[in-house]
Design a protein around this ligand. Sequence first.
Ligand SMILES: Cc1cc2nc3c(=O)[nH]c(=O)nc-3n(C[C@H](O)[C@H](O)[C@H](O)COP(=O)(O)O)c2cc1C
Length: 189
Amino acid sequence: MKKAQTTADLHPIILERWSTRAFDSNYEISEEEVVTILEAARWAASANNMQPWRFAVATRGDELFEKFSSTLSGFNVEWAPKASALIAVLHEKTNEKGEVRASAPFDTGLAVGQLVLQAQAIGLHTHQIGGFDKDGLLSALGNPENLQPVVLVAVGKYANDSDLSEAILAREAANRERKALSEIVIAGL
Ligand SMILES: Cc1cc2nc3c(=O)[nH]c(=O)nc-3n(C[C@H](O)[C@H](O)[C@H](O)COP(=O)(O)O)c2cc1C
């Protein structure tokens, strides 16, 4: 566990969430676990309650998981395919009038924020991935209309004794860092 060093008492699921790259490649996620974390995403707030987020679940061993894995770029290729599931997160680009849904990326981020914390609360780990081929992902999903890929979320169990490269193990061991509140609060504190 890599607990955050915080300046205030936070809820344990916030303190203890971190993005591991050491997933247990034997752990099989249950449908109940997947439903639970997607239900948490479903109940996020969104502008006008438009719920522009969309999800596609690939489970290790299935065809979609292979397709999602093949879109990964850089060092994500090494660790992400060991996760139990890769959940593609997309959002609607335009509304029924063809206007851009400006708040959709923000709304979708809120949904993913709830998803990752709910996963933490049920003993799973997550790691969001922006390093993947967006066109490749759309193609894996049959080129759905009007959807913009955002992230893949790797979900699974943390594996203490993972056989990852030295470079990735070093990142696993690194402290979690954040800007100080004084750097990010620009007024009022
Ligand atoms: C939108 C987004 C894209 C990310 N893309 C990647 C990625 O492609 N590869 C990776 O290893 N981590 C990726 N991350 C994970 C971040 O590097 C990580 O959340 C950040 O370093 C903070 O670490 P923590 O989540 O452990 O607190 C991404 C995170 C987000 C939110």
